[in-house]
Each structure stands twice: as C-alpha cells, then as structure tokens.
Design a protein around this ligand. Sequence first.
Ligand code: COA
Ligand code: ZN
Length: 311
Amino acid sequence: MTLMDCSFANIPSSVRIVEVGPRDGLQNEQVLIPTEQKIRFVQMLAEASLPVVEATSFVSPRAIPQLSDATSVIMGIERLPMTEYSVLVPNLKGMERALEAGVRSIAVFTAASESFAQHNINATIEQSLANFQPVIELARQHTLPVRGYISTVFGCPYEGVVAPERVISVAQALLEMGCSELSLADTIGVANPRQVVEILDRLLSAGNVRIDQIAVHFHDTRGTALANVLAALQMGVHIVDSSAAGLGGCPYAPASAGNLATEDPVYILHGMGIQTCVDLAKVIAATRFIALFLRHATTSKYYQSVLCARW
Ligand code: COA
Ligand code: ZN
C-alpha cells in the first residue's frame, strides 16, 4: 500500500452534505430576511441537490426572532421529492408547531457543557434530555427521523475545555432515546484535526456509537473547519454539515463565526473524487441570491474565487 492509500484508506466514496444555512446561518443574521426570500433560498439549495436542507427552527420566537416565521417558511416551500427538509425543535411546543406545518424530519439539540446548555436552552443537559423524551416519542409516532445536535463538543465559550466523557454520555443518551444521527458541533470553532480524531476514536470505541450515525459540524472561526472535516473523513465519517455562503454563528457563543461554507467542502470533495451529488454552480447561485440581503461579505473561499474570476 502506498503512503497515499494509507492516509486515505478510510475516506468514504460519497459524502452526505447537510445544508444548515437557512437555520444555523440565518438565525445569526442581524438583518431580518423577508419570509419569501428565505423560502426562495431553501428552494435554491434543494435545487442544488443538497440531500438535506435544514430549513428553519421551531424555537421560541423570543429567543430567535429571525426564525419566528418558521411555519410560513415550511408551508411556503415547494418541496422536491428527493430533499429532506429538516427543522430544529427544542421542546414539545416546537414539535407540535412543526407537525402542524407538515414537517417530516426534525433535530433536537443539547450541549456537552452545562453552561452552554443553560445559556442556549435555559436548561441543564439532563433537563434538556428529559424535554426531548416526548418530542422523540411524537416523532416516532409520526415516523419522523430525529437528529441530535451536541453543541460545544470541542470546547465551550464559558467553560473552555470539555471532557470527552461528557460528549460520550450525551451521545449515548441521545441514541438510546431514539436519535438516528448525531451531529458533533464545534460551536465556537476551536477544534483541531488531532482533537477530532481523538473524540471520534473515543466515541467509536465506547461502544454502541457507529460511524454511520455521526455527522460533523464545524464553525470556521479560526479557519480550521476544512482541516477538521478532512480528519473526520479519514476516520470514516461521511456526513458533513455546512452552510451556503458560510452563513452563521451562534447567538449564544460570543465571537463565534459562520459555519464551514458549503461551497468549500463540495469543491474539495469533488476534487478528491468523492461524490456528494451537489451541484456546485447552483450552490453558488443560492449564495449569490442570499448575499444580496446581508450587510456583510460572505466567507466562502470558493465563492470569492468565483467572484474574482469575473474580473
Ligand atoms: N415555540 C414557540 N414558543 C415557545 C416555544 C417554542 N418552541 N418554547 C417556548 N415558547 C414560549 C412559551 O410558550 C412561553 O411563552 P409565554 O411567556 O408567552 O407563555 C415562553 O416561550 C417561555 O417558555 P418556557 O418553556 O419557559 O421556555 P424558556 O423561556 O425556558 O425557553 C427554549 C426555552 C429552549 C424554548 C428557548 O430558550 C429557545 O427556544 N431557545 C432557542 C435557542 C436556539 O435556537 N439557539 C440556537 C440553536 S443552537
Ligand atoms: Zn452551528
């Protein structure tokens, strides 16, 4: 085996990109985006063949005013048959609103550090898990898949270092409750590739967590997101979260920057011969569209290169 075969031995032949721009991205935008434009953005992302588009969030409108139009967004989307339109749900009230709107896929969210859970969802980790019990039960009754986000896996804005044991116990609890997928989030963008490998190794060797249940979700605050994705792929992960244009940040994580921009992993994956099904030119079109409404530059390197190539 050559050195190259060896380093890429576990890399999957295809990767599922979970587009979180309309939710994780827009929730942190200061400018209120009109509902019609959010719907258009979601539709453009679906037209780009992104397999999952996290379209909005049924959280408290007081907590996230930007996404208070969740029902109108979901009901306004002309759905494509191959796209999974997922939403974030924090509690039973959110779940009931989501079901009324016709949602078919949900995500619940907690954290690996107590202080972040308290700031983000006003609950201890244990309380948050208890709150999800009826949500997941309803999802099961309606045969909806449930993703579980774990924030602050690689570091917390309030506590700093997070012990891997915390991540493992929250991960196991979410899976036992019925989540079919876990998204390990680097909420503040502090992770490095070695840490990614270590956490994944600990999770996988702790038993009852399988590689096909794990997604990675990196914010690019310090420019490390793409390197971290590569490390995760080398461990065999094949589900990657990203956000068109690199939108995002977290309202409860001061100074956190946007998500890894969808254009950038798609470009690198295709270059490496790894399939995603995503139409990069159409992602660029979606980015160009949403960029018109933002009061800041977008962070996608690939998008910037496309803009420069025009001059
Ligand atoms: N949808 C709409 N309204 C909701 C709601 C939901 N999912 N959950 C709670 N509310 C309303 C309640 O009806 C109540 O309204 P009232 O004061 O008019 O009676 C009010 O919000 C407070 O409800 P409570 O159950 O006490 O919740 P809370 O204030 O402790 O908030 C969360 C808990 C989790 C609902 C809230 O913190 C939240 O939505 N956070 C979102 C955080 C987020 O999205 N972060 C970014 C993603 S990582
Ligand atoms: Zn995020």
